[in-house]
Design a protein around this ligand. Structure first.
Ligand SMILES: [Zn+2]
Length: 127
């Protein structure tokens, strides 16, 4: 009751049900939330405020690393940009309960593991 009185009530984003679904593995929530907010520290974002020696993608080294490149590259069943994928994911996370739940869990896992592999390579651990 006190929480509801003191908290700021904001507009709920239309992807909240997908990102915060009980079907998503808890360790995947945060990365998926950052991805949907466009806040993953991809090299194109880092380059905006810091000079870095290499802005290329660590997974393929052929392109500048951005959220569109990183996540649209890994989720090959979706064409287009990360924004297109976010819209398609919201559609696929609805519908039959079984398929929607499997999709939410798998989608969050793909985003999480792509980001984890990227970080493993950036920070010098094993590939
Ligand atoms: Zn790449």
């Amino acid at each position: 009751m006190v929480w509801n009185a003191i908290r700021e009530i904001c507009q709920i984003v239309n992807w909240a049900a997908l990102v915060w679904s009980s079907k998503v593995i808890p360790r995947h929530f945060f990365i998926l939330w950052l991805a949907f907010r466009g806040r993953l520290s991809t090299r194109d974002r880092i380059l905006a405020y810091m000079d870095i020696p290499d802005a290329n993608c660590v997974l393929c080294s052929g392109f500048a690393e951005s959220i569109d490149h990183l996540l649209a590259m890994g989720i090959v069943i979706f064409p287009g940009s990360w924004e297109d994928i976010k819209v398609a994911a919201q559609v696929l996370s609805k519908g039959s309960i079984f398929h929607a739940n499997v999709f939410k869990c798998g989608f969050a896992a793909i985003v999480y593991h792509l980001w984890a592999e990227r970080n493993a390579r950036v920070f010098g651990r094993v590939c």
